[in-house]
Design a protein around this ligand. Structure first.
Ligand code: FE2
Length: 366
């Protein structure tokens, strides 16, 4: 793609903001379990009347947890309908005004008109557009800002600081969309955001006896941003995507994949701290090398931790998925280490889905 064709250059994921029922406790969980470090805070003490936000960071991953302080607000409404979930996927850009103009003129619905927020540390230009469900992209232009996070936030410095676990950056963010809506949203990312489709697979590839889905992966032209989009497909019983849509009450972010350079250490630490992972049947490991060829890791520790392996034409990847991190079976995390591979672990879908169906069976939602 020629540079002049990239009408929406994106520098990376700036932050992911969750609307939650109790931001104080969510922040504690992400510190304790996932090793995120306290960064910034905004709330009653900083002059806000209706909400509180905690900002946590691990290497290049920034999460914001926001809760409502009043019964009627967009944050409270979001939590009532969806439970805890992702509201904002913020994207770093050099020009937030142009990002807004280029996307809205191509059909994006405005969420936030371009606006300047400033304090003594400089200024940030922000704008935003709606995506699937009630989720939004906010464009953040922060080249003229030196502050800790955004204007209005103060440094958050609690004494409680569990160590990081080696998570480095957001590898990809997956959206679940409603029946028949995948092509619409893939088209949105292509037409409105200038993304291209990476790979595709149909429900024949990723159906098990019971559950099924279809998926397309859209990526920014510099490949910094990768968004797989899932829609449910018909199986004998309820698709895991349909289960998500039922509990989230519509489309939304299904999982955030976070990269590590050492998945064995990261996952062992996460387990010690109480993070629960999906587990594939042990037989998966008996035939692993036959399926993926030789790998640098020994099978024993992978089997013990339940880490999955997949190979594509560029190399291989190691990955594992947490169980949902809230009571509704909605948002979860993927931990991924890439050794050349640029795909998303399609070869693991069958084993994984059978494991998810075991969990769905326990929930009575198959
Ligand atoms: Fe993923």
């Amino acid at each position: 793609m020629l540079p002049q064709d990239d009408f929406l250059p994106i520098n990376g994921t700036d932050y992911v903001e969750f609307y939650v029922g109790n931001a104080k406790q969510a922040a504690h969980y992400y510190q304790t379990a996932f090793g995120f470090q306290p960064l910034a805070y905004a709330g009653l003490e900083t002059g806000l009347k209706d909400r509180t936000s905690y900002v946590l960071r691990q290497d290049k991953i920034t999460f914001v947890f926001t809760t409502s302080l009043i019964p009627d607000s967009p944050v409270a409404d979001h939590c009532r309908l969806h439970g805890d979930g992702v509201k904002v996927v913020a994207l770093g850009v050099d020009d937030a005004r142009r990002s807004f103009e280029e996307t809205t003129k191509r059909g994006a619905l405005a969420y936030m008109q371009p606006s300047v927020v400033a304090d003594e540390e400089g200024q940030v230009v922000m704008s935003g557009i709606h995506i699937y469900g009630e989720t939004v992209h906010v464009f953040i232009e922060r080249r003229n800002y030196r502050g800790i996070f955004l204007p209005g936030f103060v440094k958050w410095e609690p004494h409680y600081r569990p160590a990081p676990v080696g998570l480095r950056y957001v590898d990809h963010i997956v959206g679940n969309v409603d029946w028949g809506q995948m092509d619409k949203w893939a088209g949105f990312y292509h037409d409105v955001m200038g993304f291209n489709q990476l790979i595709s697979f149909d429900d024949n590839d990723i159906s098990t006896e019971y559950t099924a889905l279809m998926s397309k992966v859209m990526a920014s032209s510099n490949l910094y941003i990768k968004y797989p989009l899932n829609e449910p497909a018909h199986g004998k019983k309820k698709s895991q995507i349909e289960e998500y849509l039922d509990f989230y009450k519509g489309a939304g972010v299904q999982h955030v994949a976070m990269e590590t350079r050492d998945i064995l250490t990261t996952v062992a630490t996460l387990k010690d701290r109480g993070v629960e992972f999906l587990r594939v049947p042990d037989a998966y490991y008996d035939t692993l090398i036959q399926r993926v060829g030789s790998i640098e890791e020994t099978i024993g520790p992978l089997r013990e931790l339940g880490i999955l392996v997949d190979r594509d034409e560029d190399g291989y990847l190691l990955q594992i998925f947490t169980k949902p991190v809230e009571d509704r079976p909605t948002v979860f995390y993927e931990i991924i280490q890439r050794k050349g591979a640029r795909s998303f672990g399609k070869g693991n879908f069958r084993a994984l889905f059978e494991s998810i169906e075991l969990e769905q069976g326990k929930r009575g939602t198959l």
